[in-house]
Write a protein that binds this ligand. Structure first.
Ligand SMILES: Cc1ncc(COP(=O)(O)O)c(C=O)c1O
Length: 409
């Protein structure tokens, strides 16, 4: 995305604003598909939680992607965006049996990640095919909050509980049509995938009626120039070959599924903010912007380092800044970063703002959530309006708060 186009978007739609480039999403989708071209049946289920704007979901639908969902609301959004139920997989964690049953009624593929619900669901609905989320006990991921496959994680059914799992499947006579794992996000080393995949292949041998094996996601994307990323092409080559071998020994062609979020949308997004104040203290120069962790929580939650570019002054001399927000709590986006000279009123662009940015935004400090814009065929389209004061009050109920009797201490 060119700076001039971004500056125009900030002017036309105001700041702060999220901007996504459809071309980047399509490029990443095609890249993943080509990397696994040797696999006969490949299914990509975009992890809707990363960025769930309905226009983005529609874009994935137009690419013939499926979606991975974690709540019934995401399922409903997916259906509204035009996905056929069979293109949706529901991979929740810790949700009620009732929610899972309601999703199953919609014809969506269910993925269950605990023995209690598996037994209850299998007993009541033995004919509904179910995928099982396995926890392979592999420690992987860029941060402890996003490493979900290790022994202490709440996700998935432990491979050590396989005898119990098999007993439930046998007793209920349920149909297991898929097995799944997702070990974490930001996994750099493809050997981790390959190692965990072997565990999944071993597990798969226990189920005779599988249709697919879902390897989850966790591909690392670059955040800064020169950053290392998961080598998707090498993974496609190695895992693709191994998968084909496995299908031969299994005796049937299975579908290889993935459910990437970050890989597909992270780089497509930038977050534009306006610099309200440049504040020189005794030790630091702060650039204070019209946003905070209410709009982009990843730096404070995961320590994510989003590259920040001063698109108003890209040739200015570089100086050191700490970029912070306007929330009345520490909300640091970047510490002592080298950025082209910043003046009040400049527009800063935060890169890699496509995944887990808007979708994690809140109204904290009673601030409006930002607008979202999609650049499609070179043109900027507003795909979500900035919130208004009505949105802040929406669903709040004002009651008469006069206290009848004086409370004495
Ligand atoms: C079950 C599951 N699948 C897929 C994803 C997407 O992961 P990523 O954004 O790293 O591709 C997540 C992320 O939290 C997840 O929990």
């Amino acid at each position: 995305m060119r700076n001039t186009q971004l500056l125009k978007i900030a002017k036309d739609f105001g700041s702060p604003v999220y901007v996504y480039n459809a071309d980047t999403i399509v490029r990443q989708y095609n890249r993943l598909t080509s990397a696994f071209s040797k696999v006969k049946q490949l299914k990509l289920n975009y992890a809707a939680k990363a960025l769930s704007n309905i226009s983005i979901l529609k874009l994935f639908n137009s690419l013939d992607s499926g979606i991975d969902t974690v709540s019934i609301q995401e399922v409903q959004l997916g259906l509204k965006a035009g996905f056929k139920p069979e293109k949706i997989i529901f991979t929740p964690n810790g949700v009620s049996l009732e929610e899972i049953e309601n999703v199953a009624k919609l014809g969506v593929q269910i993925n269950i990640d605990n023995l209690s619900i598996l037994e209850q669901f299998g007993t009541k609905h033995p004919n509904i095919p179910v995928c099982i989320r396995i926890n392979p006990h592999v420690m992987a991921g860029g941060n402890t909050n996003i490493s979900v496959g290790h022994i202490d994680s709440k996700f998935g059914i432990s491979i050590h509980q396989m005898p119990l799992l098999l007993r439930i499947v046998e007793n209920t006579n349920m149909n297991i049509n898929g097995i799944h794992m997702h070990t974490g996000s930001d996994i750099l080393d493809i050997d981790v995938f390959l190692y965990a995949s072997e565990i999944l292949f071993e597990t798969a041998k226990n189920f005779k009626d599988l249709e697919f094996i879902d390897f989850g996601s966790g591909f690392k994307v670059p955040y800064n120039t020169g950053d290392i990323e998961t080598n998707i092409e090498e993974l496609g080559e190695k895992l693709g070959t191994r998968f084909n071998e496995f299908c031969k020994t299994y005796g049937r062609q299975l579908t290889l599924a993935f459910e990437p979020g970050k890989f597909l949308v992270s780089e497509s997004g930038v977050f534009l903010v306006n610099v309200n104040v440049v504040k020189q203290t005794t030790s630091t120069v702060f650039a204070q912007v019209d946003s905070g962790f209410n709009h982009l929580i990843r730096p404070m939650l995961y320590g994510s380092q989003h590259e920040i570019v001063n698109i108003s002054n890209p040739k200015g001399r570089e100086r050191f800044y700490s970029v912070v927000g306007y929330i009345c709590e520490t909300d640091t986006f970047a510490n002592n970063r080298r950025i082209n000279e910043i003046n009040e009123g400049d527009i800063l662009a935060f890169k890699n703002a496509g995944a887990y940015c808007y979708s994690m935004a809140s109204n904290y400090n009673s601030r409006y959530r930002p607008a979202e814009v999609l650049i499609l065929n070179g043109e900027a389209h507003l795909i979500r309006k900035r919130e208004t004061f009505e949105d802040i009050l929406n669903n709040q109920i004002e009651i008469d708060v006069s206290i009848k009797e004086k409370v004495t201490a």
